[in-house]
Design a protein around this ligand. Structure first.
Ligand code: GAR
Length: 212
């Protein structure tokens, strides 16, 4: 479904993607099957982010928004402005896709249980930055990606789904990252579709499927 076709429909669930850089996961979400969810908005904290160009090319509303005067988190006022704009646009699910900033308050409050992130490791292993390098340095034989709900700490929210890849003896950080990224593009759409279809339920930390 094209975004223009969805604009006046009530049976779709509007998704915003927040990205700081390349935007390949954003594009995978736009091209993947996330029904009844549809990506209608991309916001970046960096005006030069390739994700913004990808959004324009795909006909998705693309906005740069000032994140505040910090390097790795939002200013409180700015985080509220991002949340307010998404609420005004009728956004019901927020997907972080390479957003290099920690959420602290207003966004988590406005979209409690409705923010997802994708991370390039099998959490809880290797949270934070440079996860692929952490995996190589540790010497694991399997790595992968995790889609999880976002809570108030870094990469600790409930896991929705994971996909594993082998770590090969001759892997570099780049070759491992590329193998994981292919799985990220599959995993993210799958997780978003499950959320939007209403088949996920929480049992403590565990996210279960009601349809199984
Ligand atoms: C992806 O590998 C994503 O998992 C990672 O940033 C990359 C963004 O790529 N996210 C994190 O490391 C978050 N902790 P993309 O801009 O091409 O989607």
């Amino acid at each position: 479904m094209l975004q223009s076709e969805s604009d006046n429909r009530n049976d779709v669930l509007r998704i915003a993607v927040l990205a700081s850089g390349r935007g390949s996961n954003f594009e995978a979400l736009c091209r993947g099957d996330t029904a009844p969810g549809i990506v209608t908005l991309l916001i970046s904290d960096r005006p030069e982010a390739t994700a913004l160009k990808r959004a324009s090319d795909l006909g998705v509303e693309a906005l740069y928004m000032y994140p505040g005067n910090y390097r790795t988190r939002f200013g409180l006022d700015e985080e509220k402005q991002w949340a307010d704009l998404m609420l005004e646009r009728g956004i019901e699910l927020v997907c972080l896709a390479g957003l290099m900033r920690i959420l602290k308050g207003p966004l988590l409050e406005a979209f409690a249980g409705r923010i997802m992130n994708i991370h390039p490791s099998l959490l809880p292993s290797f949270p934070g930055l440079h996860s692929q390098r952490q995996a190589l340095d540790y010497g694991v034989k399997l790595s992968g990606c995790t889609v999880h709900y976002v809570d108030f700490r870094t990469d600790t929210g409930s896991v929705i789904l994971q996909r594993a890849v082998p770590v090969k003896d001759d892997d570099t950080e780049d070759s491992l990252a590329a193998r994981i990224l292919k799985q990220e593009h599959i995993a993210y759409s799958e997780a978003v579709k499950l959320h939007c279809s209403g088949v996920l339920e929480a049992d403590g930390r565990r996210i279960l499927r009601k349809d199984k």
